[in-house]
Design a protein around this ligand. Structure first.
Ligand code: BG6
Length: 502
């Protein structure tokens, strides 16, 4: 085992029905809570996934001078769950689980109050799982965790198991992520820590492992011998909405999407089969892939950097609020990289993301080599395309397998064809939201869909090398609602090049 969390969950041997649950959301007056966390908990409760526990409470923590009633009214205005559960009375019933405690997160004295409030809700010594969800700005992370620790709220016992959930960004480069991991490590154990990357909660992302390792027919062709190129795309139509310009201008596409969401997709698509689906078995394999990513410094100096990185800004980006007039921050980036291991040696992986693009979609396209010889005329004449498998992560969730067929009639005229599987045809109801699955896993104590500290550090190590290398390339431009800069086409190099559009 590469990594071991010796520390044990004190309630591991107990059944769910013995456990009480408190989900404590710090930063509960914010957008994330109303838009994502409360709907996720509501759906989970409504579908009966929480009924296996003895009891469940959801406690909002924020500095607004509210009581339970006012907090619920706030959620009624802001949360889509309230609207959804209005007609059948389920929202009103759900709100019976909700509590509120006023705390100024930057005032240490207030945390004592929070401790008393939480302990009051649970006076007997029955088994309790207490989850702290940090829906707070990154600059408050450490201070908040330190304050919770100081008032003894992380002290697990035979009847208490605490967990803490943190949102990205986990640092802004390798050094800061090491520092952050180190500081968090002095206050909570790796077993208590749940680093969320919401992409891992998406049904189609979890299906990557099922598709690869539950089916015998794809895996034998999932390597450098057959695969010519892998494209991972996270294309977005949104720009700097909701006043995000200030944050985004400091982050850019590399830190905002590639270092986390895109690299997680890459790890799942490229990893070796884990021994089991246990958290550490899966995460050990992901770390191996992330550590095998070729650092950009290791690319030969004779290579034109523009064949490996294309960074760009959409045309009106600098006019957005919070964005510097002379900003060089990339709103689009495409990177050609390699996984230097036995399975993938020599196969380019192109990672691409951008804001204000023509369409919103996320996909992983595994492109196969052309046949070594064709007796059907030249490839161009016959419009032959490489075969590919496209894992459509969102929004049209599904899988396409693309190949060529002979057109009926004389001769061997060819046509591109595909077999497609669509979630919407195969399953009656939409997939649960990513946050629902992730919150259920935190409550249930399953860390397999959460990021371990060594994964974070391996991702930053590579992302830092990209950041340094991209200084060698110009910041290109692209019009809004386009597919991005033309210059990115250079990344295909010798491969048959065609960008995924779904
Ligand atoms: C977030 C990024 O992590 O993911 C956002 O900070 C981005 O910039 C979002 O828009 C995309 O998530 P999804 O689930 O809509 O693809």
């Amino acid at each position: 085992m590469l990594y071991s969390t010796a520390d044990q969950d004190p309630l591991a041997s107990m059944s769910s029905s013995q456990k009480h649950v408190q989900v404590v959301i710090l930063g509960a007056s914010g957008d994330l809570n109303a838009r994502k966390l409360v709907p996720a908990l509501y759906h989970s409760w409504q579908r009966g996934n929480l009924s296996k526990y003895h009891s469940v409470r959801v406690i909002g923590i924020a500095r607004r001078p509210w009581d339970e009633q006012l907090f619920q009214e706030h959620l009624e205005h802001k949360s889509p769950a309230a609207e959804e559960g209005k007609s059948d009375g389920s929202w009103a019933k759900f709100t019976e689980l909700i509590g509120y405690c006023r705390v100024h997160l930057d005032q240490p004295a207030d945390y004592e109050q929070m401790r008393k409030y939480l302990d009051n809700l649970h006076q007997n010594n029955e088994p309790l799982v207490r989850v702290f969800y940090l829906a707070v700005k990154p600059d408050l992370f450490l201070e908040t965790v330190a304050n919770i620790k100081r008032v003894g709220l992380f002290d697990d016992s035979d009847s208490l198991c605490t967990r803490v959930v943190v949102e990205k960004p986990f640092g802004h480069d390798l050094m800061s992520s090491i520092e952050l991991n180190k500081s968090l490590g002095t206050m909570v154990t790796e077993r208590q820590l749940y680093r969320i990357d919401h992409y891992l909660g998406k049904e189609t992302v979890q299906n990557i492992l099922a598709f690869r390792f539950r089916n015998a027919m794809f895996e034998p062709m999932w390597n450098q011998k057959y695969v010519e190129l892998v494209q991972i795309t996270v294309a977005e139509t949104v720009g700097m909405e909701n006043g995000r310009g200030g944050y985004y201008d400091q982050a850019g596409a590399l830190r905002d999407i590639i270092q986390n969401h895109a690299l997680q997709l890459l790890a799942l698509v490229a990893m070796e089969p884990p021994a089991s689906l246990k958290a550490d078995d899966v995460r050990n394999e992901k770390v191996k892939v992330l550590s095998s990513l070729r650092k950009m410094e290791d690319i030969s100096p004779n290579v034109d950097p523009e064949t490996h990185i294309c960074r760009a800004q959409f045309d009106t980006y600098r006019d957005d609020k919070g964005v510097a007039e002379d900003s060089e921050t990339e709103t689009y980036i495409a990177i050609r990289t390699y996984i230097d291991n036995w399975r993938w040696g020599g196969v380019p992986f192109i990672l691409r993301t951008g804001k204000c693009l023509k369409e919103r979609f996320t996909s992983i396209r595994v492109q196969y080599h052309m046949p070594p010889h064709t007796m059907f005329g030249s490839y161009d004449e016959c419009h032959l395309r490489p075969n590919h498998i496209n894992l459509r992560i969102q929004p049209n969730e599904g899988i396409d397998i693309a190949f060529d067929v002979k057109k009926p009639g004389s001769g061997y005229d060819m046509k591109n064809a595909a077999l497609s599987f669509n979630y919407s045809d195969a399953f009656q109801r939409p997939s649960p939201d990513a946050y629902q699955r992730l919150l259920e896993d935190v409550i249930g104590g399953d860390q397999s869909l959460f990021i371990r500290s060594d994964e974070v550090e391996a991702s930053w190590q590579w992302a830092d090398s990209v950041r340094r290398y991209m200084q060698k390339t110009p910041v290109c431009n692209y019009p809004k609602q386009s597919w991005g800069p033309k210059e990115a086409d250079k990344l295909f190099g010798e491969c048959e090049g065609r960008w995924a559009t779904k």
